[in-house]
Ligand binder design. Structure first.
Ligand code: NAP
Length: 461
């Protein structure tokens, strides 16, 4: 680490530096960042997805710090985290992300900065603002922030009811360069949100992407807007998206049905407060026959299991993201008039389902993608109010980002993995010690589960 970077880090760690201290600190010319390389995008050709190894394609390089432009900020990143898009980038699926950077660069001379032979990845972050460009009003140097990944400047009329509909909307650190897995990130000012003061740096960094996505899918009128009493089937209920969905469903007074793949994960769902849990591995559902056709008998068996748990009711909402493997079952089990809300296709995006179950029963499929600033801000606000809690179970140093991504790729993780960028330790960054103490049981739940401890001590709100 350069001496300039160390001075930035020390100012943050001191906890009492003023805005002018940050603006007067000289920035280093280069920083460490996690990258993929444009000349390696074919390195995994011919391999199955599972054999494409992020540990080989993710590098930690010294790279120049980009110039800050209008309405932008440079943020010293204390921590970031692994998302599934880190995995997609690292295995160059479904496309190498350099195509996104090239497209983005055509938009304006400032956007040209993004088209480089390396891609600094990462779509989450928590840290401190070091510099702001012209036009930034809401935040200033020295502010402690989390970063959400909706990258949009709102010049197109189409985005003004919902910025996710802007034709130039991108996911930062995936479809743009200069993402969060670095010592310094370049963001638009409208990606910034206040850091929840009761959380550590990696806890705060591990939330914005999946929490905001779950909020939009389940709470926002832009997707399902669940209500008291709804039954919500959650695939992967202790994964990144699923772990937040479970909290939103319980907070809403709705009833989750959690689907997970081990007894330990089932225990974690019950500890959080779920009554109905299905261990899909133990049940050994085979929705697909070896010849590639679907097995309706197995899909019906899944539906029967749901009714056994609920006393005969079907889900009002199915929270979908596994995609091809589960989508037909999701459409089948939703109740007449029910909704299937989907934001992903981890197991394959060419879905196949029997449409008769959809149209005859007036079900609806709703597409959802990340969140607009308002939705991300609301999701962050609920964290600040300590009504939604982090899912962090592990944290890795920046140098081991490849290993951390490998664990997510192979579904070896409870909740989320943080990555320490400038933070020297996992436990730093807490400013509201009392607020943290009141919710320490919920905050440490996933960490403890990863150690085999399933116990939730609920404390005073
Ligand atoms: P994650 O942390 O790995 O969790 C996914 C969970 O899904 C796993 O824990 C696993 O749980 C379950 N799962 C995986 N494969 C499955 C299968 N074939 N059948 C049934 N369940 C399966 O990942 P995540 O962060 O939640 O992301 C999930 C997907 O959503 C990824 O494809 C990601 O790229 C996408 N995503 C999209 C958006 C968006 O805005 N569009 C935002 C966030 C994420 P069990 O093994 O315990 O069942």
């Amino acid at each position: 680490m350069s001496s300039e970077m160390r001075a930035v880090r020390d100012a943050i760690l001191s906890g009492n530096a003023r805005p002018e201290d940050f603006t007067s600190l000289p920035l280093p010319k280069t920083m460490r960042a996690v990258t993929t390389h444009k000349d390696e995008v074919r390195m995994f050709e011919g391999l199955d997805s599972a054999d494409k190894d992020p540990r080989k394609s993710l590098h930690v390089d010294d790279v120049p710090i980009p110039e800050v432009g209008p309405n932008e900020a440079l943020v010293a990143v204390m921590a970031s985290c692994i998302n599934f898009n880190t995995v997609w980038t690292a295995i160059f699926e479904p496309l190498p992300t350099f195509q996104f950077l090239e497209r983005h660069a055509k938009r304006s001379p400032w956007d040209k900065r993004h088209d480089l032979p390396y891609h600094i990845i990462g779509s989450d972050g928590a840290g401190v603002i070091l510099r702001t460009g012209p036009g930034v009003t809401l935040f200033k140097p020295g502010d402690e922030v989390t970063i959400h990944c909706n990258y949009v400047d709102m010049q197109s009329p189409e985005g003004h009811n919902d910025s996710m509909l802007d034709p130039d909307q991108r996911i930062w650190g995936f479809e743009t360069n200069f993402g969060g897995l670095a010592e310094i990130a370049l963001v638009r000012a409208n990606q910034l949100m206040p850091k929840p003061p009761h959380l550590t740096w990696p806890e705060a960094a591990s939330m914005p992407l999946v929490n905001s996505t779950a909020y939009r899918m389940l709470v926002s009128p832009n997707a399902v807007q669940i209500k008291q009493g709804d039954i919500v089937l959650i695939w992967g209920a202790v994964g990144g998206l699923g772990g937040f969905a479970l909290q939103y469903v319980l907070n809403a007074g709705a009833f989750p049905i959690c689907v997970v793949s081990s007894e330990e994960r089932a225990k974690l769902c019950r500890t959080v407060g779920a009554r109905w849990v299905i261990d899909r591995k133990a049940e050994d559902y085979r929705f697909w026959n070896p010849d590639g056709t679907q097995n309706i008998g197995e899909i019906r068996r899944f539906g029967k299991k749901i009714r056994e748990l609920t006393g005969g009711e079907d889900p009002d909402v199915v929270y979908e993201h596994p995609g091809r493997e589960t989508f037909a079952a999701s459409v089948f089990v939703a109740r007449p008039g029910g909704k299937i809300v989907t934001c992903a296709s981890t197991s394959g995006y060419m879905h196949e389902y029997d449409n008769r179950y959809l149209w005859m029963n007036k079900k609806r499929i709703i597409g959802s993608h990340f969140a607009n600033y308002r939705e991300a801000w609301e999701a962050n606000r609920l964290v600040c109010k300590r009504s939604i809690h982090p899912l962090l179970s592990e944290a890795y140093p920046l140098e081991q980002t490849g290993e951390a991504a490998y664990r997510v790729h192979h579904n070896l993780v409870f909740g989320k993995i943080g990555v320490l960028c400038l933070a020297p330790r996992e436990d730093l960054g807490v400013r509201d010690v009392d607020g943290r103490a009141r919710h320490i049981g919920q905050i440490n739940l996933y960490r403890n589960a990863a150690k085999g401890e399933f116990r939730l001590v609920k404390t005073e709100p």
